[in-house]
Design a protein around this ligand. Structure first.
Ligand SMILES: NC(=O)c1ccc[n+]([C@@H]2O[C@H](COP(=O)([O-])OP(=O)(O)OC[C@H]3O[C@@H](n4cnc5c(N)ncnc54)[C@H](O)[C@@H]3O)[C@@H](O)[C@H]2O)c1
Ligand SMILES: O=c1ccn([C@@H]2O[C@H](COP(=O)(O)OP(=O)(O)O[C@H]3O[C@H](CO)[C@H](O)[C@H](O)[C@H]3O)[C@@H](O)[C@H]2O)c(=O)[nH]1
Length: 328
């Protein structure tokens, strides 16, 4: 079995995938600049090469040294609202750096590529749910930067004869059920993390961004998926490509939505803390509702989820957040 190169493998999602790959017997090398990731997240002592995707020579070197034939590409800037104010950061770190990586992969004969895409490519899907054939019309530069990367990947794979899966994640949340790893960035903006921090007293409370959306309780609806299930989708995608599966774009979600108010209620129930909640204006670039049509991942990859329950997602996020807080 050849080495698997994982960019951004020291980050929140990448580190869960790296752990699952190691536990499945794969040899993994992580390439990460540690801008938001942490070497501590590599719990099985996987090799870490500290480097930046803006450096094409360093990428070529790591591909040459490892001889990797499979690449999983997580490294990116990920905050949708920030991308509205700092678009060029997103086109540079997400689009241009993906181009650097693809160029090096082509030169080194990489055979399989798995890309972290996002539901943000859909923008405002009709009826609030998106399937892989829904129109892509991102409403923030983050989504656009990822869609441009998907296009480069599609065209490069066609021209140069490698295969890929672009996984469009919906809202990834929760943590390793054993609390070995989770979302570490203290300034994270994701709702479940923010609400857990509020329950711990690490934040004053939670702001609900918009209560006038076209949804039953007026707050935004998202399809929250447990990080363990999201991570396992990558192992299914890799096996699919290793068996000769054709390149494809696949949603990763559960196909059901929860509102901001519902999430906050579950965090209060799980933590037992009645933290402060205030109603604030809409955040720029936020759609009303974003839910996956999630049939394809089951039929094409044979993936099935094991943690499909908001209470479980929040309980695992809460356990991790407490651990992080205690280790300050
Ligand atoms: N978290 C979500 O809800 C979500 C949803 C959809 C898609 N995604 C995608 O999943 C991927 C991983 O996201 P995450 O939540 O784990 O974020 P993260 O910030 O925890 O991880 C990103 C990792 O990439 C590294 N990195 C960033 N820029 C780099 C560069 N130029 N060179 C080398 N390393 C670099 C960081 O140090 C970090 O370890 C991203 O591509 C993101 O767009 C995330
Ligand atoms: O403090 C907060 C944080 C969030 N929200 C609301 O909670 C929902 C979820 O927001 P998150 O910030 O948790 O996640 P996003 O939906 O903005 O974005 C996430 O999921 C997207 C795909 O659905 C992208 O992939 C993106 O990278 C990832 O951050 C939204 O309605 C948002 O307005 C609040 O009300 N208060």
């Amino acid at each position: 079995m050849s080495v698997i190169l994982v960019t951004g493998g020291a980050g929140y999602i990448g580190s869960h995938v790296v752990r699952q790959l190691s536990e499945a017997g794969h040899e993994v090398v992580v390439y990460d600049n540690l801008s938001t990731g942490s070497a501590d997240a590599l719990v099985h002592g996987e090799r870490l090469v500290v480097g930046d995707l803006s450096n094409p020579d360093a990428i070529r070197q790591v591909l040459k040294d490892t001889g990797a034939k499979s690449v999983l590409h997580f490294a990116a800037a990920i905050i949708a609202p920030e991308s509205v104010t700092l678009p060029l950061k997103y086109y540079s770190n997400n689009t241009r750096n993906t181009l650097n990586l693809l160029q090096a992969c082509v030169e080194h004969g990489v055979e399989r590529f798995i890309f972290s895409s996002t539901a943000a490519v859909y923008g405002l899907p009709e009826g609030g749910a998106a399937s892989e054939v829904s129109r892509t019309a991102p409403i923030n530069p983050y989504g656009t930067s990822k869609l441009m990367s998907e296009w480069m990947l599609r065209d490069a794979a066609f021209a140069h004869g490698f295969s890929y899966v672009a996984l469009r994640y919906f809202n990834v949340a929760g943590a390793d059920p054993q609390a070995r790893m989770g979302q570490r960035t203290p300034e994270a903006t994701h709702l479940i993390k923010v609400a857990c921090q509020a329950a711990l007293g690490a934040r004053d409370g939670v702001s609900i961004f918009g209560t006038d959306y076209d949804t039953p309780d007026g707050t935004g609806i998202r399809d929250y998926i447990h990080i363990e299930d999201l991570a396992s989708a990558h192992l299914f995608a890799l096996r699919y490509l290793e068996r000769g599966g054709a390149s494809d774009v696949i949603n990763v979600g559960y196909g059901k939505g929860s509102s901001v108010r519902e999430v906050i209620k579950v965090v209060k129930d799980v933590s037992g803390v009645d933290f402060k909640v205030n109603e604030a204006p809409r955040r720029p670039g936020d759609p009303d509702s974003l839910i996956a049509v999630a049939d394809k991942i089951r039929t094409v990859l044979g993936w099935t989820p094991s943690y499909n329950d908001l209470h479980t997602i929040v309980a695992d996020a809460w356990r991790w957040e407490q651990k992080l807080w205690q280790s300050r």
